[in-house]
Write a protein that binds this ligand. Sequence first.
Ligand SMILES: [Zn+2]
Ligand SMILES: [Zn+2]
Length: 1012
Amino acid sequence: MSKYVGEVPKQYDPKIVEKEVKSLWDQEQTYEAVKKFRAKGPKFYFLDGPPFPSSDTPHIGTSWGKVVKDTVIRYKRSQGFNVRDQPGYDCHGLPIELAIEQKFGIKTKKDIENFGLERFITECRLFAETNSAAMGRAFADLGIWMDWAKPYMTHQDSYVESGWWGVKQASSKGLLEHGQRVVHWCPQDETVLSDYEVVLEYKMLRDPSIYVKFPVEGKGNEFILIWTTTPWTLPSNVAVMVNPDFQYARVRSGNETLILAKERIEAVAKATGRTLELLESFPGTQLDGVTYRSPLETLVPIQLNLKNAHRVVLSKEYVTLEEGTGCVHSAPGHGEEDFEVGVRYGLPVLMLVDDQGKFVPEAGKYAGKPVRSANPEVIDDLKSLGMLFHSEEIEHRSPVCWRCKTPLLIRATDQWLIHIAQKKSAFMKEVDATRWIPDWAGAVQFKNWLEGLKDWVVSRQRFWGTPFPVWICDSCNKQKVIGSKQELLENASSTPDLPTLHVPWVNNVKLQCECGEEMTRVPDVMDVWFDSGGASLACLGYPQNAEESKFWWPADFIVEGRDQITAWFFALLKSGMVTMGKSPYKTVLMHGFALDSEGREMHKSAGDYVTADEVVERFGRDSFRYYVLQSTLWEDLRFSWDAVKQYSGDLSTFWNTFVFAGTYMSLDKFSPRVPLKQLTRSLRPEDRWLLSRMNRTIKEATALMDEYKIHEAVRKLKTFLVEDLSHTYVRFIRRRTWVEKQTRDKLAAYTTLYTALMAALVMLTPITPFLTESVYQHMLRNAEPKHPQSVHMLDWPKSDERWINDSLEEEMKAAKDIISTVAVARMQKSVKQRQPVPKVIVATNSEPVRKALRTYLTLLLDQANTRTLTRTPKGASSKYEDPTRFAKAEFADGTVHVDLKLSKSELAEGLARDAVRRMQQMRKEMDLKVDSYIHAYILAPSAKSANLLKGKRTFIAGEVRAKQLVIDTKKEETDAPYYRKTWQINSESYEFGLCEKTKMDGKSEAKKVEVD
Ligand SMILES: [Zn+2]
Ligand SMILES: [Zn+2]
C-alpha cells in the first residue's frame, strides 16, 4: 500500500467509474457510514415532497428534483450537519384508484362495491407499494443518498393516525365544520376536486349561449332578459342578480318589453340581430325585490313551491358589464358567487343534480338525464314556452377532470371543511417569514395565490384514502372525532378486526354513544393534499413520537417544481397553520419544469419523452447530474442531447486534471507533508494567483450554495477547474513538475496544485459524487496523512481571505492576454510555439499590463518562449514595424511585436523541441509508463541539423527520459527491438527510434554514444 498520492486511470469512462463506485459503496456501506459520521452535527431537516407512485419510472423532472435534493443533502453533510433525508410517497388517491379500475374493467363506484372493497383496497395498496419500491430503486441508482430503506408512505397506519390527529386539532380549535359548499365535481369519478386540481386541465368546449326571458310577475308582456351558457342550470334558478350601481333600461322588442342593463343594449341587439328600442332608463336599485316567474315552472313543478325565490337581488361584486345583459340568472346550487349572494338574501339552494351528474326525480321532465346532454331539450322547451329570446353556440375554455377528462360540474354538496379563510393575514405573515428562492416565488406567486384563500374542503367521496375520523350517532346525532388508533379501540363497542386503518375495515368499527346507541363513521375519506400537507409531522410519527419530532420540526428545507406553489407548498402551510399555528418549513426552493427541446411538456404519449435512465445509459449519472445542476434552477429546462454531450465534456476535463496531478505526484512520490505555509517563500506569483483564485472560488461557491443558487455555484466551480486549473495552471507548471530533481520550486508547485485540487474535489462532491469518489479512492485513500473511507466524509473547504489578491488576478488576465497575443503573432508568420525567439516587445500604456510584465516576467518568458521581454509606450514602437523581421498582433490593451531573427542557438533549441515532441508522441504510442527509461536514436537529414541537435542532446535526453541517445546522419544495423518512425520537421525527414531500456539487455545499440 503506497502512502503517496496515487495515479488516476488515464481514461474517464463513466460506466466503469460509476460501477466501481457503486460496488464500493455497497461493500463498505458508505452511505450508512457517512450518516453515522455526521450524526452528532447540528440538525438539518430536509422534507421530501412525496411523488404519486402512479407509475414505476420517475419523470425526468422528478429525477431532476431528486438530484437537487441530493446535492443539498451532500453539501450540508460536508458542512457537518446531521441531515434528515427520509424520502416519501403520496400513496393514496384517485390516480391509483383509477389505475385499479382500469386493470379490472371497473367503471363506476357501484362496480367497486360489487368487486369487493377489501379486494379493491388491497389492490390499491399493492399498486402503490410496488411502484414506490420501483421508483426508490431508480432514484437510488441515480446516486441519490436518501433513506430508501425507510421511506414515509401516506398510507402507513402511523401516517394515517397523524392525519386523524390533525383533524382532531382542527375540531378542538372549532375549525372543523360539516357544511354546504359549492365545489367542482367530477360526475365520472363521483367526487369533489380541489381548486388546485381544477386548474390542472382545460378543454375547449362547445356550449349553448342563450338569451332567456323571465316573465315579470303581474306585468303581462314585460320580461327580465338573462344570458347563460349552462341551460341545464335553469331548472335550479331561484333569483336574478343586478348591480345597484348600473343604469338599467326597459326596451321594446316587437310587442314585448325587456329589462336589461342600459350599457348592454347595443351589444345584445348586435348579438341577437334584434331591434331594441329604448323606452326608459333607471338605476338598478329600482329592480330590488321585483318578482318573476320561473320560465320552466310548468315542467319542473318544484319551482312552484319554492319559498323566498324568483326575485331580483342586488350584487355589486358579481354583476359586470363585460358580457351578458347585466341581469344574471342565479342558481345557488351551481355557482360559488350565486351561493354567496344567496346566503346573504336567505335564498333556497335548489339541488336537482346527483353525484353522477344526472337530474334527480324532483327535476320533473328532466329526471334521470345527464345534465349536459339535457341542454338541447331545455332550449327546445324554452322555445315552445315562448321564453327563448335567442340561441347560438360558443366555444370556451372549461375545466375538465385532470384524470378522466370529463367536463366538471359546479354543484353545492355537503363537505367537511376546515375554516381558514379568515386567517389570510396570518398566512401572509408566515410567507414573509419564510425564505423563498427565488424570492418572487413567495413574495409574488404564493402571495397572489393566497389572496383567494378559502376554507379548506378536506373530504372526498372515494375509498383509497385516509378515512375521515368522524363517527356520528345513529340515534342522537352526536358526533365524535377520533385522533388515534388507540382512541378508536378504546371507544369501540366491540373488538374490531383492523388490519389497516382503511375502509372497509374502519367502517366496521362502531363506537359506543353516551345515549346507549352506536355511532357509525361518516363515509368520506380525506383529500390527499391533507395527507401530504401533514408530511412535516406525519413522517416524524407525530404525535406518538413526540420527543424526536420536537428535535427536528419544523423542516429546514424543501424543494419542488413550480407547480407546487398552488399545491404542496400551500397544503403544508395550511396544515402547519391548523395544527401548530405556524409554517412547517423555513426555506423553500422552487425549480422549473423539464421540457422537451421545443419547450413542450414531456408526456409519455409524445415522441420525444426522455427518462433519466436513458441519459445515464449514454453519458453516465454524473453527466446527468451536472447537466441538470448547471441549468438555472427556477427556469424551465429544455432538454437537449447536444447540451448533455457538451457538458459531459467538462467532466473529462475535470478527470484529466486529476490524471495529470496523480501521474506526476505519484511518480515523484509526493505526499503533502510540508504544509503550504512553510513553502510561502518558494511560491511563484502564478502559485499565489491560483491560491487567490481558489480561496475566492471557495468563498463565492459557499455563499451561493448557502443561498441554494446551486447552478451559479456549479458555474463558478467549472471556471475554476476548467479555466484556472486545467487550461492555465497545469500548463504553467508542466516544466516545473517534469524536472527530475526534488526542488523546493517543484514542491511548491505540487503543494499548490494539491491544495487547489483538494478544494475543488470536495466542492465537486455534491455535484458529481461518483467521479469525485473514484478520483479520491485512486489518488488519496491510501496516501498519507490518513484519509477517511470516502470523499463524502471530507469537510467542505473554508476560504482564507488573506490569500485573495485582486491585483494578482487582474495582472494574470493581462499576462494571459500577452501569451495568447504572442501566439497569434507567431501563427501569422508560421513560427511554431516551440521555436524560441530572441525578443518580444509589448507596446502598451495599460497599468495592469505594465504590472503583469513585472510580476509574471519569468512565467511570460517561458510561456511566450522568448529570450527577452520588454515594454515600450504605445506609439513608440515604429522601429518594430518591419514586417520582414517582426510579427505583430493587437490585443485590447496594446500591441505585441515578436522578433523573428533567430540565432543558431535558438534554431537548435526549436529543432530540439520539435524532436522532443515527436519522441513523446512515440512514447505514448508505445504505451510507456511516464517514468520508464528508453534508449533512442535520431537519424538527421544533414550534418547541419545533426549538429544542431547534438548541441541539445542533454536537453532532449532529459525530456524524453533517454539513458542513451544517438544522433547521426547514418543508420547502423542493430538487433534491438526499436520502435521506428519517420517524421517531417521543417519539410525534412527525420527518423526516430525508441526502445524501452529494459528490452535492450543483450542487444546492440544503434551506435554507442554516451550521454554526458
Ligand atoms: Zn374524473
Ligand atoms: Zn347517541
